[in-house]
Design a binder for this molecule. Sequence first.
Ligand SMILES: [Zn+2]
Length: 179
Amino acid sequence: MKLDVLQALRNPGTEYAFSAEQELAPQDVSGTEVTFDVVKLAGKLVAGEDGSVTVEGKLSTVAHAPCANCLAPAISTVEGDFRETFIHGGDPEDDESFAYNGGALDFDKLTLFYVLLNLPMRFLCEGGCEGLGQYAGADVTIGSEEDITTTLCQDELNVQRPFAALQQLLAEKSDNAEN
Ligand SMILES: [Zn+2]
């Protein structure tokens, strides 16, 4: 999506409201394909005397990916604030900054950056996971039927495992130190 900023450039310091919709291609996030609904952006933009254009606002979309536990389709609302300054005549391919040429801003990179920034760590399906069996042997206390889905969907076991391993490593180290 390209956003025309010619009017803003003619009136530096004046704020202009904008809203836009941006398509986002499927992304590979840590080996999982995540797809997106159209991303909606809204906010304001203001040009500087040097030809730079600062945009700020909010974006939102819905991301789709397999549930981390049972691989059923899962969705997550993605929302975030953005604020960036596009430098006129800069290199649009530069990863460190935002740049534009001519009289329009290209929102592809900004949209991708801020959507990924606000993406959840993991996707979890609603209404219970079918992959319950994989933790059948785990040492976990489950209070009630109602808690099962919540407990397993949060997958605290997986989260704690690396720390348990680290703790063991530290314990071994201190043992060695005593010898
Ligand atoms: Zn699930």
